[in-house]
Structure formats: C-alpha cells, structure tokens
Design a protein around this ligand. Sequence first.
Ligand SMILES: C[S@@+](CC[C@H](N)C(=O)[O-])C[C@H]1O[C@@H](n2cnc3c(N)ncnc32)[C@H](O)[C@@H]1O
Length: 374
Amino acid sequence: MKLTEYAWMLDDPVRIGAYKRAIFQTVKPGDVVIEMGAGLGTYSFFACQAGASRVYAIEDSVAGALEELARRQGFGERLRVVRGNSLGAALPERADWVIFEDFNSAFLGGGLASVVRDAAERFLAPGGGWIPSAAEVWAALVEVPESWGSLARWRREAGHLEGLDYGPLSGWVLNSGHKGRCAPESLMSAPRLLRRFRLGDPGESYDLSGAWEDPARRAGNVHAICAWFRLELAEGVWLDNAPGADETVYEQEIFTLPEALPAEAGGALRWSLQCIPEREGEQMWWKWGAEAGGKKFEGTTFAGFPLKLEALADRSAEKVPRPGRRQEILRFVLDCADGKLSQGGIAEKVRAAFPEEFPSERKALRYVADVFRS
Ligand SMILES: C[S@@+](CC[C@H](N)C(=O)[O-])C[C@H]1O[C@@H](n2cnc3c(N)ncnc32)[C@H](O)[C@@H]1O
C-alpha cells in the first residue's frame, strides 16, 4: 500500500470511530497492548491514550513513517515501534490485548490465518483478548450491471481495442474478487450470515464453505455474489461494511459470475461460496457459483490469472535444483561477509568478480545491502 492509501484510510471516521470506542472500552490503565500491522499507528496511539502501560506497534510496510509519527505523540517509552512482520517478531512480554486490522472486504484475506494463530500462541497473555474479538461474514446475490459490464466488456470487445485481442482478459478479471460498492437495492436475495469466526480461538480454521437456496426478491439479473463483514470490536461495538451501512473504505467484496443469470421474482436462487484459507503464507482461493432457471455459472480465483505450468513445476519437491549465475553471486557475497569487511568493501569485490551484472558501484552496493538487510 502507498502512503496516500493510508492517508485515505485515516479519512474514514466510521472505521476509526468504531476502533476508538472499542479500545477505550476495553484497554484499562496498566494494560499491555500489541497492535499487529499498526500502519500509521492510530489505534496504538488510542491504546496509549486509554492508559496502556506499554504498546508494541508492529508494522511491516510503513514502519519508517510510523516511527516518525510515534515520536511526535509524546508517549515516550510506553509506545514501542517494532519493525518487520509479526511472524518474525520477538517481544519481551505478552499482551492483555491484541489489536488487528488487516482484512479484505469479505474479512478473509491475505495472511490472516497464520498471522492470527501465531499471535494467539506467542503474543497473548492467558485470559487476554482480541480487538476485534469476532467477525461475521455475510453475503447476498446482487444485480450490478455497471461493474459486471465493465469487466465482461473485454469479451465482447475482443479485437476492437486498436485492433488488438484482449479476449482472455474477461475470463481472468471475472474470476477475481473485486472491491466495490453495492447499493441495498442491488440485492437480489436476502442477506445471509455465512460464518462467524472467533479470533482468540486457537482451533479457528478461517475457512468458509456452504451452499444455500434463497428466493429472488424481484425479477432481474444476478451478476455476482456480494460479501461483507461485521467485526465485533468489543461488546456492543461493531464495524460493518454491509451494503447500505455507513460508508467505509472497505466497501464490499464482489465475486462476479461469467454470465448474467436471469431470475424471476420468488424463483429459487441456489448459490455457493467457498474460501480455502492460506496456509503458511501461501495464496488463498475463493470459489463461487449461482444457479437459477436451469442455468448455472461458476467462478474461482484459481482461474483469475494465467497459470504457467513451469511456475508450478518450479516449486515441486521433485525438482533437482542446479545453482545458476544468481546463486553463484549470492554465494560469493555470503562468503565475503567475514564479520570485518564493510558492505562497500563487499560491493567492490562483487563488482570486480561479476562486472557484467554490476556495471556501477551503486548497483553492487544496493544488491549487497539487500542481501544483508535486517
Ligand atoms: C489495513 S492496514 C491498517 C493499519 C492500521 N490499522 C491503520 O489504521 O493505519 C494493515 C497494515 O498491517 C500491516 N501488516 C499486515 N500484516 C502484518 C504482519 N503480520 N506484521 C506486520 N505488519 C502487518 C500492513 O503493512 C498494513 O500497514
């Protein structure tokens, strides 16, 4: 994410107001708090304001900006910025509260499962709690002609963009989850609670799978499944990105069908949604489908990008790796690091040994610095 996106997230009083209420309701003077993925630190600052004796703000991407902002708040030693990913972080104490906010618009995104499980095991004190403590995933079938049409147009217009063929693009983009805003009137079926997750529960699986049947609320075309979350941040404090709720940066998650599915008022709409969670940082997958009047359409994020068999083979256990030029350079650099030679010294040596790869001093130093980055 770019800093402009963080600034844009700060401009969301619904999101920030809900977390602030939850933090002031739960964090008591003297508590220890860990925020995983603190971003620009707003929630960590709230925890300090609520009286926490120590707040560890862990951040990966924008740690530099966070450090500068943290310095300006005047919380002194009570607030510590921890650079890097929480999975690699070692903290000197356990926390009464873990704050987290790195969700996609349907809650289940990115490395959620491994990051939350790791924090539950290593960061939380016995009896400690999560903000949010629970999350619900909701969904409904929707009629969204504009957003669906803009994705499907490449199929219709293949060969019509400057005479170039973009035909396969529709297949890829329609098989992806999209962030967007669905109006309440776009709902073709009643909202359904699909699953409730408890963040502190060590046995929580972070998967989702189900098939449902709902009557169409009116005649129309089903273009997609719209999913959203309700986060229980603290008792009685919810953050909700449902269609029609107060607008937040989260909007909703839209899973488009390859074709528009005609529906009659009151007719049976059968639909399914499945999320296969990530394991140990691997990709997570979504699958969905909808059926009405004898027609059935499906989508999966697995088909959302052109898959190269060579790329899969590259990761197979059967592959016998042979070191190439890249590995040779890396080995050379590692061998140079004797605990005495500086990065500049190593860069000079690697440049002399591999002049074609490192035509400038700057390029060699950047490479060496990247290898030894902490
Ligand atoms: C959606 S942003 C929200 C940040 C924050 N609540 C705010 O309002 O600025 C999520 C942040 O979490 C960070 N992040 C996600 N997972 C992380 C992890 N496991 N360790 C450290 N940072 C993480 C990302 O770099 C990103 O800055």
